[in-house]
Design a protein. Structure first.
Length: 149
């Protein structure tokens, strides 16, 4: 993908000539009401900047990767799981997801949650939790409540 020099905004959290894509197509992983847009994908940067939007009451997949994520909340409010902690998030909060750390983002019921996410341009595929992983995660009551939603 070649990144144009300039892409003007075409609407709230939308940019001209940036396709709004399905969140995931593989794995049969559980998620609800999420879209993604690839904003920058330049090989010389060695990273990709994406915008995700989670509709009210929606959530991303519970997953982990070998690569890390740098996230900037741009719109709305929600919660996120990073490892064994759950955080309330809102506009302009920063979230770092370390390598091989379970994570998931959930939007509040009344508004979308939008965030920019920077990752390595070349990266591994998501790992979804096994039954054993879920059992370990549920040992923490706060995490158990979060992933039950």
């Amino acid at each position: 993908m070649s990144t144009p020099t300039y892409r003007p905004r075409s609407g709230p959290m939308r940019w001209r000539n940036v396709e709004v894509l399905e969140y995931k197509r593989e794995h049969g992983a559980s998620f609800r009401e999420v879209t993604r847009q690839v904003l920058f994908d330049d090989p010389l940067l060695s990273c990709q900047l994406r915008y995700f939007e989670v509709a009210p009451g929606g959530h991303t997949t519970l997953e982990r990767h070998e690569h890390a994520h740098a996230v900037l909340i741009e719109r709305g409010r929600g919660r996120c799981l990073v490892g064994d902690r759950v955080y309330d998030v809102e506009e302009h909060d920063l979230v770092h997801v370390p390598s091989l750390t379970w994570h998931q983002f959930q939007a509040d019921k009344n508004e979308p949650l939008g965030f920019l996410c920077m990752v390595n341009a070349v990266r591994d595929r998501p790992q979804v939790p096994t039954a054993q992983d879920l059992q370990r995660l549920r040992e923490n009551p706060v995490v158990a409540e979060f992933i039950a939603q």
